[in-house]
Design a protein around this ligand. Sequence first.
Ligand SMILES: C[S@@+](CC[C@H](N)C(=O)[O-])C[C@H]1O[C@@H](n2cnc3c(N)ncnc32)[C@H](O)[C@@H]1O
Ligand code: SF4
Length: 439
Amino acid sequence: MIKYIFREVSRGLSLGLRRFSDVKVTENVADSPAFPHLTEQASLYVHWPYCLRRCTYCNFNKYIPKEVNEDIMAKCLQRETETLLQLSQISCITSVFFGGGTPSLAHPSTIAKILETVSKQVYLSDEAEVTLEVNPTPVGMSKLKDFHFVGVNRFSIGVQSLQDEHLKSLGRDHSYLEALQTLEEARRLCPGGVSVDIMFGRPEQTIESWSNELSEILRVCDDHVSLYQLTLERGTQLFKQVHCGQVTMPTEEMTAEMYRCARKTLQQHGFQQYEVSNFAKNNSESRHNLSYWKGKQYIGVGPGAHGRFVPIGEGGTAREARTQTLEPDVWICEVQQRGHGTRRRIQLGHLELLEEVLVMGMRMTKGINHKHWELFNPELGLHEIFGASPVVQELLQSGQLILDDRGLRCSWDGLALLDSILPVLLLELDKQSFPKAAS
Ligand SMILES: C[S@@+](CC[C@H](N)C(=O)[O-])C[C@H]1O[C@@H](n2cnc3c(N)ncnc32)[C@H](O)[C@@H]1O
Ligand code: SF4
């Protein structure tokens, strides 16, 4: 999916989301004539839930089946896409992202069918960004040409590590040489449209080895790099290995130093950091992921996919957070029976929507500009909410945060401390929205 975004949103939001049934929406986006573009467009995320094997660190929604009935899966993904597009009443899909799991295991004809379904129902420009996550195995590589032929114009390649012994111990199903070959083929097909995912803070990784890896990444990468700090997730094999002392993770100080080193090195080589984990040059930022960080609508189809949109088709007037059923076989039955596998719908109140806009927007180096904020909250500007707060003033004076005529954003140093800045900002937003309850 969009990697850590959803988890961080759910971790970051102090108030939680209200249940669909007991919400009284005070204000909503769809009602206002000032926001038509917020409800007329969306991006589309499609989740392919299958993998060949389980990486030791991964707790994404993925399954290792004996076999996959791809025909049924493709039909259900198409049907759910149709249903949710209809429900949202949008007229344009701005970008599509096939994530997983391992979507490069899908047949290119499945990807083609889903894109055709979208194009039949709404406007999907030929220029729209269409990304596919690729596991750099020989099988994945052999299909890149066909994926490109059916409309994929951006590849996100899960390189993860440049050290074979690390790839092996993390349970990856590829070698570094295979990653290099996949990268080369992807760059040949989509020059300027290839991203690599690398993790740092891996077991047994040192600052020196990371620095060498960074030099090698810069030598082989295209115009986009995503660097994720390895999160130790409960329930994973890695979690158990660390807890029984079999594997050692780098210290917090070491991972902070790795992050600092990566930001500096990438910047020196012409990569602009545009988000906590994302770096690009030659205007190759991921338009799809930017749409999440800018608080735009998105539709999520496939097992466990998330979405945020106003269900105008059934009379909805407020944005909903939607989650599809996790387990693929159950999801398939639900889609066959009722056209979609939506398991959870939570209506976002005005404050919850603003919290999401804040948490997502502050991940970008540009932060949130005044116009952007005004779209969601015309009544109370950023200066009014945050300007008078003594705790926010402290962050401004210490140079971690910037609030000026452009808007609100983290400084270079502040971005590395975003996890500790966000609770302060969320509390302030909360106080300003419900002054009596919070005081
Ligand atoms: C869930 S994977 C799906 C794409 C593909 N299957 C792969 O593994 O490359 C998407 C990205 O999430 C990141 N990721 C997965 N688990 C992670 C973890 N525990 N900590 C940090 N990043 C993680 C990896 O960098 C990976 O490229
Ligand atoms: S291939 Fe990707 S999605 Fe599958 S288990 Fe590994 S990290 Fe998770």
